[in-house]
Every structure is written in C-alpha cells, then in structure tokens.
Design a protein around this ligand. Structure first.
Ligand code: GLN
Length: 389
C-alpha cells in the first residue's frame, strides 16, 4: 500500500491527552489535561435540560446560531470595548482548537512562516504542520518569560505571514504587558504580519495583572484574528464551543474554511450557554476569585513541600522544577509520578522548542479537595521517586 500522508507522518499523539489516559490507568489525581472537576454554572445546565425538548437539534447556521452570536457579540463588545458585528465578524467553531486551525488555514500558504513563542501550547505545532507553515520559535525566557525584542525582530525580518499569541499563556502563565503587546503590534505593522491570538484564559488573570485584547491595540483590529472559547470561562470544556472574531473581510474567509472543516458547532449547546453569555460582571469577578483562591492554595502547598515552581500571572497552570530528581526524560518522570505518587502531570518538553527536561506542568482547575489530595500525594514525592545520579 502507498504511504499515508507525509504531512502527518511525524505526528505524535497529544502528550496532554496521553497523560490523561495514563493518569486514568493508574488512578492518579489528574492534573495534566486542563479541565475542571467542578460543575458549570446552574443556569447553563438548567437551560441545557430545557433545550432537549426544543427545536434546536438540526444544524445551526454554519457560522453559528444567530442568538448565540448576538449574545456573544454583546458580551465581547463589552470586554473588548468595540462594537462587534455578530453577522460579519464572528464565526462559532468547535472549540478554540478549530478556531485556531481555521485561522491558520485562512491566513497561511504552504511554506509561509509563522512566529510561535516557546513554550507554547502543543496544538500550535500541529496547526503549523497541517497548514504547511514553517514555525519560527521565539523563546520566552524563564523565570519571567519575557522575550528579547531583538530576537523577536530577527524573527520578523524573516517575513512571517503571522504570529501566534497565546495570552494569558499556556503553559507558563505569562500575561503579556501593554508594553510587550505594543512592541509586537509595531513589528506586526512594520513587517506586515497577521496576529492570531488564543485568549481562552481572558477571564483568568490574577491581580495586579490585567488582560489586554490584542485586537484592541491601535491599528491591530485589521490584522488580528482573535480566537477564544467558552470552555474555561464557563467550565464546559467538553461542549467544544469556540469562536473567531475578526474584521469582515477575514471573517468571510474563515466562515468558508470552518464550513468545510466542521459545518458547525453543536446547535443545542450554543442555545444552552446563552444565559452564561448574559451573566453580569459578578460572574467574572467570582470566577477570578475562585481561581485566585485555588492558585494561592496550590502554590502554598507546593511551597510547603519545598517544590520550586513558576508563579502564574494568568491561566491555571504551574510549572514545577524536577531537576533534583536527575531524570533524562520528563515523560518517564511523569509516568513514574502517575504510577508511584498518584498525580498526573504533563512533561514540560512537550511545550518547549528548546531542549528542556526539568519542568512538568500541573493545573489547578480542580475542587479544593482534589487539590489537597494531590498535595497530600505529592508529599510522597521524595520518598517514592528516588533521585537519579
Ligand atoms: N488547554 C488544556 C490544556 O492545555 C486542554 C487542552 C485539550 O486537551 N484540548 O491542558
């Protein structure tokens, strides 16, 4: 038989999703793949039960059910500070995963270059391969995860078609400052590049940091495709509801790509989440308070155990330093951790372009009791995982 596609031959499975399977296999507390174990808001679940009996079980309009888009446009207009047109500037997708893929397919030709900050969320690697783009990696240097402006400009000198910006950033928890965003904006303009954002953690930004939507910077609306999702904001990662927001000329093209990729997101789920989109500011304040509490609880627990870690400014991930264990392979370390300590984590190497094997990622989007159980198990880290020399 002939070979399968060259393009996908180098694919590994997703390390994040693999670690969920390994965690399940060993009955570990799964802090690898980032999703909550607490309930979505009641109002959304109640509406979901009602929709079962309503007339919304066939395809919605391919770029999203009108009432969903209207509710989303109203909410995003409020937060982004500009009037978003629900008809011409929004495409509803199957999670921001599809939003990013559709954005890439819309913008890049095979062979085009795309700037990706490293560490990066692993899907971007696959997105560049599937769209035939060549990534140019720009390091975010720990511990502050700042980038070197010179290195970034060097990357722009290679005439990339686009830059991918994950803000707040998964996995390092960086929240880009206004100054950094303005610098990226000036380079995007100078070298005429598009910016594709991933802003799924837009409402999980810890004080004193605050989120700035890249598209709202002067001159950036025209060249930005903002991708986001309802997964993290309403704790519904399994509903796969995401979207792009972009100017009409770009959105017109994204609509077509999306139509041929998936036709549309689940119609009853779009209907059911509308009460969530209509929540007032209180909801977002409570969400942030909840995550701030979880972050403090989990980081304090790690401090008490004397485990060195990053301090996330946004999102819900923390990188732990495992250098002292002397493992060559962080994948092997994570498997041992799941099996012998009972905690699921993601090997840091799956996020970095640079050769990094001393970091693992845990997330804290879990009930307090789950986090306390994980911390309890992590107490056994030193005794259960022998140091290698
Ligand atoms: N964004 C989450 C993470 O990084 C979940 C990703 C996924 O599996 N879709 O873990």
């Amino acid at each position: 038989m002939k070979n399968l596609s060259d393009r996908t031959a180098g694919f590994t499975d997703s390390v994040i999703r693999r670690m969920t399977r390994i965690s399940n296999q060993y009955g570990a507390v799964n802090l690898s793949q980032g999703f909550p174990d607490f309930e979505p808001p009641r109002a959304i679940l109640d509406r979901l039960a009602q929709t079962a009996r309503e007339d919304c079980h066939q395809y919605s309009i391919t770029w999203g059910a009108r009432n969903f888009r209207e509710a989303l446009a109203a909410k995003q207009s409020r937060y982004m500070g500009r009037a978003i047109d629900p008809e011409r500037e929004i495409v509803v997708t199957c999670g921001s995963t599809e939003a990013m893929m559709a954005a890439m397919m819309t913008v890049v030709n095979p062979g085009d270059r795309v700037i990706v900050f490293s560490p990066f969320y692993e899907n971007y690697g696959a997105d560049t391969i599937l769209s035939g783009a060549e990534p140019i990696y720009v390091p975010l240097q720990p511990p502050s995860f700042c980038f070197d402006p010179e290195v970034l400009e060097d990357a722009f000198r290679r005439q990339p078609k686009a830059l991918i910006l994950c803000n707040p950033s998964n996995p390092c928890g960086k929240v880009f400052t206004e100054e950094e965003l303005k610098l990226i904006a000036s380079l995007a303009k100078k070298y005429d590049a598009y910016v594709i954002t991933d802003e799924v953690y837009e409402h999980i930004v810890y004080a004193p940091h605050h989120h700035i939507y890249f598209a709202t910077l002067p001159g950036m609306w025209e060249r930005t495709i903002s991708c986001s999702s309802l997964s993290k904001t309403y704790s519904i990662t399994g509903w796969r509801l995401g979207y792009t927001i972009a100017p009409p000329e770009i959105t017109e093209r994204i609509k077509k790509v999306h139509d041929f990729l998936t036709v549309g997101a689940a119609a009853p789920l779009q209907e059911a989440v509308i009460p969530g989109l209509q929540f007032g500011q209180d909801y977002y304040d409570d969400l942030l308070e909840k995550y701030t509490h979880k972050r403090n609880l989990f980081l304090k627990g790690l401090d008490d155990l004397k485990i060195a870690h990053t301090n996330p400014e946004g999102a819900y991930y923390v990188l732990l330093d495992i250098s002292r264990f002397g493992y060559e392979s962080d994948q092997e370390f994570c498997e041992t951790l799941a099996r012998d300590v009972g905690v699921g984590a993601v090997p840091g190497s799956s996020f970095f372009r640079e050769p990094v094997n001393h970091l693992i990622r845990l997330h804290f989007a879990k009930k307090d009791e789950t986090l306390l159980e994980a911390l309890n198990r992590l107490e056994g880290l030193r005794t259960k995982i022998p140091v290698r020399h």
